[in-house]
Design a binder for this molecule. Structure first.
Ligand code: NAP
Length: 322
């Protein structure tokens, strides 16, 4: 009998086809009713799950009797209750590296768009406000040669730092749990405490993963420490930033602008952010290019197949539990 795979979000069509050739596949369909009820039902006799963007925890997984792996099509895994997965001896795999450069590109897109007020000036031009030469209100921030502070010099953080250093001659500061000399030295990057980074940087980019220590790492106090011309970028996870404090900082012009790809509650609807012209809001698209999403789906597929064949996938988050 074929093993059963539950697909819990939209995934690459070709990968879905390959899964269907190999396994008994059930796709969770939000249009067919409550998603968590469907997951609870379908997971009961499932061997594997694949997808992204859903909270999976005891509440919707406890019916599972033979689930070996959840293969996440993402690098971040804060949507999954690791404690429960460990207890239930379910592997969790993810897709690091293949999305690093694309996500770093997006971080730089946000940095530049916010610094030069691209969406605001695009609207300004299209609505016919360009009646004479631009003035102070349309001026942006200098990027070349300025100081870029990276919070979390992981894979993506380092790729952002490389863009800043090689492409824009930027002075790089970074903060993390430890110094990373191998990554930092070629970029002339200096490790510093968070407060110093916030005070000294012209551009601050958050690239940590969301965990118990990074929840609201950037709060009202942090925004107060930033320079009034600073540009703040978050491509990590929304909950790393106190969004109300960010809104206040933008409203009160404590900082110049922000570029956001992630939010405390997604999808972002009816937010005060929509009324502010000094923020660029994107719909969580860090890795969203066709090429990268395909690579992620492929890697997630390989992780899943490996586990169902009895091996250990390359990128397991909790390898000790099987
Ligand atoms: P990674 O290589 O694991 O990098 C995460 C970094 O955060 C590491 O350097 C880690 O430090 C650091 N960190 C963790 N806790 C910290 C703390 N308390 N204080 C300071 N630094 C801390 O992961 P990645 O591939 O770069 O991805 C980073 C995150 O970006 C993902 O987890 C995901 O949430 C997000 N992401 C978003 C998108 C998007 O679409 N917007 C796309 C991809 C990824 P250590 O080196 O000491 O562990």
């Amino acid at each position: 009998m074929k093993q059963k795979v539950v697909v819990f979000s939209q995934i690459d069509a070709e990968v879905l086809q390959r899964l269907e050739q190999r396994y008994h596949v059930v796709v969770i369909n939000p249009k067919a009713g409550d998603v968590n009820t469907q997951i609870r039902e379908q997971v009961a006799d499932a061997d594997a799950m694949i997808g992204a963007g859903r909270l999976l925890n005891q509440n919707n997984l406890e019916t599972a009797k033979q689930l070996k792996i959840i293969s996440s099509v993402s690098v971040g895994y804060d949507n999954y209750d690791l404690n429960y997965l460990n207890q239930a001896k379910i592997w969790l795999s993810h897709t690091p590296h293949v999305l690093t450069e694309t996500t770093a590109d997006l971080a730089f897109t946000l940095l530049m768009s916010a610094a030069r007020q691209v969406p605001y000036l695009d609207q300004w031009t299209k609505t016919g406000q360009w009646s004479r030469t631009v003035g102070q209100a349309q001026f942006g921030q200098e990027i070349f040669g300025q100081t870029l502070g990276i919070i979390g010099l992981g894979n993506i953080g380092a790729a952002i730092a490389r863009r800043g250093f090689h492409g824009f001659n930027m002075n790089i500061l970074y903060h993390g749990r430890r110094e990373k000399l191998e990554l930092a030295q070629p970029l002339n990057a200096r490790f510093c405490e968070l407060d110093e980074l916030l005070q000294q940087s012209d551009f601050i980019v958050v690239a940590v993963d969301l965990n118990a220590h990074t929840q609201h790492l950037i709060d009202a106090e942090a925004f107060k420490k930033m320079q009034s011309h600073a540009v703040f970028v978050n491509i990590s996870r929304g909950a790393v930033v106190d969004e109300q404090a960010l809104i206040q900082a933008l409203e009160q012009k404590q900082i110049f602008a922000a570029g956001l790809d992630v939010y405390e509650k997604e999808p972002l609807q009816d937010s005060v952010l929509f009324q502010l012209h000094n923020v660029v809001t994107l719909p969580h698209i860090g890795s969203a290019t066709s090429v990268t999403r395909k690579k992620m789906a492929e890697l997630a597929y390989q992780n899943l197949v490996k586990a169902l064949e009895g091996g250990q996938p390359q990128y397991v988050v909790n390898p000790e539990f099987r």
